[in-house]
Design a binder for this molecule. Structure first.
Ligand code: 5GP
Ligand code: ZN
Length: 112
């Protein structure tokens, strides 16, 4: 499958890894929108939040456990945002489920 995040998860494309276990990978976004901008992905290919099912939803619990772990440091003490874009109206560009972690500055409240 020609999926860039599957290739990053498999180590075929390099990334700046922050955390990795058998199910979840966290790496720095190549084009950061905030001082700290990381992406959290399941190693399992799920195209978007719209493709979550009773069979694959267990990995979402693992993802949020990892989000809590990687945001335990001082740079996140004032807060952070977790975002997942789904589909074209939301601006999704990579069709492998991912959660942006945005931190390091006070973020705009505007959501849409
Ligand atoms: P989306 O627009 O789908 O919500 O987010 C995709 C994100 O993936 C973007 O923020 C983009 O900068 C990031 N991205 C795209 N290709 C790569 C890549 O090859 N490596 C890394 N580290 N990030 C990528
Ligand atoms: Zn994929």
């Amino acid at each position: 499958m020609d999926c860039i995040f599957c290739k990053i998860a498999a180590g075929e494309i390099p990334s700046k890894k922050v955390y990795e276990d058998e199910n979840v990978l966290v790496f720095h976004d190549i084009s950061p929108q905030t001082p700290v901008h990381m992406l959290v992905i399941p190693k399992l290919h799920i195209a978007s939040a719209a493709e979550v099912t009773g069979e694959n939803s267990w990995v979402l619990a693992r993802i949020f456990e990892v989000i809590a772990k990687v945001t335990a440091g001082d740079e996140f003490k004032d807060g952070f945002r977790v975002v997942s874009n789904c589909g074209s109206y939301a601006g999704q560009t990579v069709f492998h489920l991912h959660f942006h972690i945005l931190a390091g500055k006070k973020l705009e409240l505007k959501m849409g």
